[in-house]
Design a protein around this ligand. Structure first.
Ligand SMILES: [Mg+2]
Length: 236
């Protein structure tokens, strides 16, 4: 039996948690540790590409640039652990999730990435206490923007996709996923301009607090009324 309450799909990296900030802090400390100039920070941040570059490729590039005598495996471990060490759940984000939950929303994390890494991020920050469930692409066997990962997430919490919202910072995977299913979405712009011509987010905001406020304030008519599950959501 499906419950008739709104489902809220939330991206993890740079939506619920400030992964970019954590990487930046780790990278700054790492450069100090190996005696490299802080000017290299932007190079490292670009190399990381918000975690999209394979950790092995990042480790190899760092080893080559600084001629480090450390194994790739150790460096990959340091990259994983470094980000985890600096990740924190913003108390305001935790509070906003609680308010959304009290208002009847069901927050579920849908994230692309490795099961071990993403689950560590969710549990070590205490985020697991503020969301109902999470689905990670590696374990699910399907990644965003494929609608199947969202369908799977809905199934796990025994809810319908109808009326769900998607919140995330990635145009392609988060907002593209919403567009593929005809669901409304909120894009966290992180200082970027929207350039994707094929679809648009329902709302564009500067952070998760504004995103949750937008979702909770949205008039019911901005929620899709059935049909068009795989049509792009109209631009506003
Ligand atoms: Mg993200």
């Amino acid at each position: 039996m499906c419950r008739n309450v709104p489902l809220l799909f939330l991206d993890l990296d740079d939506t619920l948690l400030d992964r970019a900030g954590a990487f930046r802090r780790w990278a700054g400390e790492f450069l100090d540790e190996i005696g490299a100039p802080q000017d290299d920070l932007e190079w490292l941040v670009a190399l990381d590409a918000d975690g999209l570059t394979s950790r092995w490729d990042v480790a190899d590039a760092i080893r080559d640039r600084y001629r480090l005598r450390v194994s790739s495996l150790d460096l990959v471990e340091a990259l994983h652990q470094g980000v985890l060490d600096y990740l924190q759940l913003d108390r305001l984000v935790a509070g906003a999730l609680r308010i959304a939950t009290d208002a009847g929303w069901v927050p579920v994390v849908v994230t692309n990435g490795s099961t071990e890494q993403q689950e560590a991020m969710i549990k070590q920050t205490g985020l697991d206490r503020y969301v109902i469930d999470w689905v990670i692409s590696e374990r699910a066997g399907v990644s965003k923007p494929n609608p199947r990962i969202f369908a799977l997430a809905a199934q796990r919490v025994r809810m319908r996709l109808h009326g769900a919202w998607i919140v995330g910072d990635c145009p392609e995977t988060d907002i593209g996923g919403a567009a593929a299913m005809g669901l409304p979405s909120v894009w966290l712009h992180r200082g970027r301009r929207w350039v994707e011509p094929r679809f648009r987010p329902t709302y564009t905001v500067d952070g998760l607090l504004a995103a949750l406020a937008a979702v909770m304030d949205a008039p019911p008519m901005s929620r899709p009324r059935g049909g068009g599950r795989f049509q792009p959501y109209p631009a506003r």
